[in-house]
Design a protein around this ligand. Sequence first.
Ligand SMILES: Cc1ncc(COP(=O)(O)O)c(C=O)c1O
Length: 421
Amino acid sequence: MTDFARRIDAITIEQLRATGATKWSATDGSIGAFVAEMDFGVDPAITAALHAAVDEGAFGYMPQRIAADLSDATAGFLERRYGWSVPASDVWGIPDVIMGLELAMEHCSEPGSKIIVPTPSYMPFLMVPPMRGREVIEMPLAVRDGRYEFDLDALQRAFDEGGNLLLLCNPYNPVGRVFSKEELLGIAEVVDRNGGRVFSDEIWAPLVFSGATHIPYATVTPAAAEHTITAMSASKAWNLPGLKCAELVLTSDRDRETWERIGRFSGHGTSNLGAIANAVAFRSGDAWLADLVPYLEGNRDRLLSLLAEHLPGRGCRNPRAPTSGGSISAAPVSTTCRPSTSREKPPSPSRRERCAARPAPGSRGSSSRPPRPCSRRSFAGSPRRCRRARPARGRPRSERDAGLGGTPHSRRECVRRIDPR
Ligand SMILES: Cc1ncc(COP(=O)(O)O)c(C=O)c1O
């Protein structure tokens, strides 16, 4: 057992509850496995930097040195990890990735145009555009040879229907895909042909599993750089979402011009502590990732064997499954599960409790459309706790109240979860 594993395994449920994290406080005494928060504490290098900032009383409006350090550290990470050379001046701090999406809708897409959201989707992608008066075009991913892929014809249709900004999640939460260069080139070609724009959410990029390589979408062609605005953050891989900091990476002159105008204010709300933590993560968090990723891989493998044991014959769409041959990869701390045939009934309550993955009643799969609905489940905890965690029967009240959890396949499904009446 590694030191990292020993440290993680020693964290108690009481300590986790004491953090007040949604995952541990929004559930009525059960183990919350629905939200993407890790039970791994914080990289000690980050904690030390935060303590120092607190001792300094670094609580004024964000000083230029903190903002500049965040941009510099982020650019360094992109270069070191992905060979992506970005001037630090093109990296702008923002409070979070969802704010980045709102900014992209407002400043990088045709006014009033529709937003193209591939599904299944991270729920806010379906909810936020309508909140800002923008219509969503849902574009279901195709399932081919057991893996989720972009359907380029569907993407073209979405542009034909008035779509302008494509919301690309790369790597893709919730289906766990890390797209190949060929796939990204295919997407870029369609977007470029239609004069579209892409908001590339790369928040999960640091957590790509072995056997796969994250390729920043904006790097695939000069045209992709021109039509893309990229968002990232250390918040997922280093477990910092409550500190409110993410980054936008600009790769086109038109966005540079826009951010010269709005940049300072677009970052309003970014917290000093978040920026400090993100900078430390990006500059010196490689050791944390080197421990974390194999630990998560071990959990994923354990979960997959539990699924195989308790739900034999049912499809698990996590392409990180060893059965995928390791040709493609997944990052997010979630996995999806579906009945293996369209006619198959959902498992009995006792079986589904044992397998800890709950396809909802009425679940249907098909070869061309993604199965719906799926079940999402975090495995970013100690193996012992992951084994014990299971969804409550029915929909957990807290999940419904918070509008969290699960893997929505449509906006209707999101709305139903938030307001089930
Ligand atoms: C794909 C994706 N984007 C964005 C977010 C949220 O990011 P933020 O808290 O920075 O808005 C999440 C959170 O799980 C996510 O999975």
